[in-house]
Design a protein around this ligand. Structure first.
Ligand code: HXC
Length: 531
């Protein structure tokens, strides 16, 4: 034990006046807030990164940050750590407001021991998470760290364990957003992975379980850190949800995302209008969207934009499984989650990645009371050896499970194709959709006409004098019978067939009628979603 003040230079033995004690506090605060000092801060800036405090400032409304645990100190005495100063313990934690709504935040300070995670560093984060949970407020972590603090050994590992445990406790109760703004390697990557959304910063962020050197040693593969775990790589792997161009852009994306979300699973998402007004106007542009030739692709993104407030959407995982689109948007001021097949990419087919992308989004929306609008134009699940070996059955089942277990309002619109199991996986009536509408171009069938005719009429076609003419005639007959929405409507599996231009009106009225929807399910510990 030294006889120096822990944060300053005043001898303990001195009897201080109140004024001196206040002065001592000021010095201690300035000292703890200085981070790793000017050289390390310069280095941080030179590498294009903001400091932890600058990142927090760019996220929060000005003057709203209340810092917590500034004076935390490590207890490590190994490997030269005794008495070593670590201002703020390498992480800045506290509470603030984002556009007037409370969030809890922890930003790792790379300028202090590389933002490495020791016992007290983790303790600061855990206590902040505990309070976020208690107060029902979102938690944002800004990660920039060399990982477990090597000198603290098992205490550092334990710290990570405590963070992971809280990530799990908070899951589905308050939104959790990770901004990965620097290195995030090894087990450290699992905290963001347990959170709801990861925003990764281009140029400075890397996430991987083992870095390039270990990969080379173990598998012989030579790869750069960015190729292995940069934002583009981790977007393609489906780990990351948004890519930011820099730290300020990451804060912007985070704020935008938070604007769609409720503070917790008991509240409803924000209502920006708050006046109950519904926009019901027809949009004739939509009547011209579907090409006459059912094999022709079209881009569903503008369709989504035409249906929602101000044409504004926040797409999640835009560059992962682009054959499906998932996005937050607003209808009459209230948040909705939009899921759509994208016919412009692989004809909008559902593959393993699209199934994972959609399932995760549906689960999130359901947990946080966000109604789901599903736009269907899907030719089926993707056939192929690679898809079967990769477990398309297991992954596709996640969609059925996610939609089937979702109790938020679910509205589906069949734009064109709704074939086979994919029709159900995109939330057909039997998966619990509260409303299903079809455009007159809708086609609900077990499979496409060409495939169906080859199975059902193969013999007749083979025996025919003119097989091609026979095939064409059977295809026309099949299309006439099945490839329309009227059979489904006759069975009450489609509530209504609507003109595309009236879709916004349909969605607005349907959502309004479902606002008080309550759906009770049998009590259970938890369901067993296929994994
Ligand atoms: C203690 C660390 C540290 C760590 C960095 N530092 N990582 N101190 N424990 N894990 C310190 C450095 O000593 C240095 O201190 C300062 O942070 C900045 O580090 P530099 O190496 O100078 O920075 P840079 O060149 O930018 O390289 C950053 C880096 C590198 C790539 C992150 O530091 C690095 O490889 N660190 C070790 C990464 C690692 O293997 N971590 C353990 C992963 S396993 P000074 O005083 O000189 O400024 C893990 C298990 C978690 O995390 C398990 C959970 C279940």
């Amino acid at each position: 034990m030294t006889d120096q003040d822990p944060q300053g230079d005043t001898p303990r033995s001195a009897i201080l006046t109140t004024r001196e004690k206040i002065e001592r506090l000021r010095r201690a605060r300035t000292n703890a807030q200085r981070g790793g000092g000017s050289k390390r801060i310069e280095r941080q800036h030179a590498s294009g990164k903001l400091t932890a405090r600058e990142r927090i400032a760019s996220l929060l409304d000005s003057e709203t940050f209340q810092e917590l645990f500034l004076f935390a100190r490590h207890r490590c005495t190994d490997f030269g750590m005794a008495g070593k100063e670590m201002p703020g313990e390498g992480v800045v934690t506290g509470i603030g407001a984002v556009e007037g709504r409370q969030v809890f935040v922890a930003a790792q300070d790379f300028t202090v021991a590389g933002g490495s995670v020791g016992e007290m560093h983790a303790d600061k984060i855990c206590r902040t998470m505990d309070m976020a949970l208690k107060c029902g407020s979102p938690f944002v972590s800004i990660n920039d760290s060399g990982g477990a603090r090597i000198q603290e050994g098992i205490d550092a590992l334990s710290g990570y364990g405590r963070i992971f445990y809280r990530n799990v406790l908070m899951s589905g109760v308050v939104p959790q957003i990770a901004i990965v703004a620097g290195p995030c390697a090894g087990g450290a990557a699992y905290s963001p992975a347990l959170m709801d959304f990861i925003i990764m910063v281009r140029g400075s962020a890397e996430m991987f379980i083992t870095g390039p050197q270990v990969v080379k040693q173990v598998t012989g593969e030579v790869v750069s850190a960015q190729e292995l775990g940069g934002p583009d790589a981790q977007m393609q792997s489906g780990v990351v949800h948004f890519i930011a161009e820099n730290d300020a852009d990451a804060a912007r994306i985070c704020k935008d995302l938070l604007s769609y979300l409720p503070a917790n699973n008991i509240e409803d998402p924000p209502d920006l209008l708050g006046n109950g007004e519904l926009l019901l106007a027809d949009d004739l542009w939509l009547d011209g969207v579907i090409p006459d030739d059912p094999r022709m692709p079209y881009d569903v993104r503008p369709v989504i934009r035409r249906l929602v407030d101000e044409g504004k959407i926040l797409e999640v995982q835009e560059h992962f499984a682009p054959n499906a689109i998932v996005a937050f948007a607003r209808l009459n001021g209230r948040t909705i989650g939009v899921v759509a097949n994208q016919p412009a990419v692989m004809a909008g087919v559902l593959d393993i990645d699209a199934s994972d992308k959609i399932s995760a989004f549906v689960r999130f929306c359901n947990a946080f009371n966000i109604p789901l609008v599903t736009l269907i134009d899907v030719p089926g699940f993707l056939p192929g050896v690679a898809q079967e070996r990769g477990g398309i059955i297991r992954h596709g089942a996640k969609m059925l499970f996610a939609y089937g277990s979702a109790t938020v309002p679910k509205i589906s619109v069949i734009l064109r194709k709704a074939y086979g199991g994919a029709y159900l996986a995109m939330c057909g009536k039997d998966l619990g959709a509260d409303r299903v509408a079809a455009w007159p171009t809708g086609e609900v069938a077990v499979m496409g006409a060409e495939g169906a005719v080859n199975v059902v009429y193969r013999e007749e076609i083979d025996k025919s004098d003119n097989p091609e003419a026979a095939r064409a005639s059977f295809i026309a007959e099949y299309r006439e019978h099945f490839a329309s929405p009227y059979v489904g409507a006759a069975r009450n599996l489609i509530d209504d067939i609507i003109e595309p231009s009236q879709t916004r009106r349909y969605l607005s009225l349907a959502l309004e009628s479902l606002r008080a929807k309550r759906e009770l399910r049998p009590q259970k510990k938890h369901g067993l979603i296929p994994m």
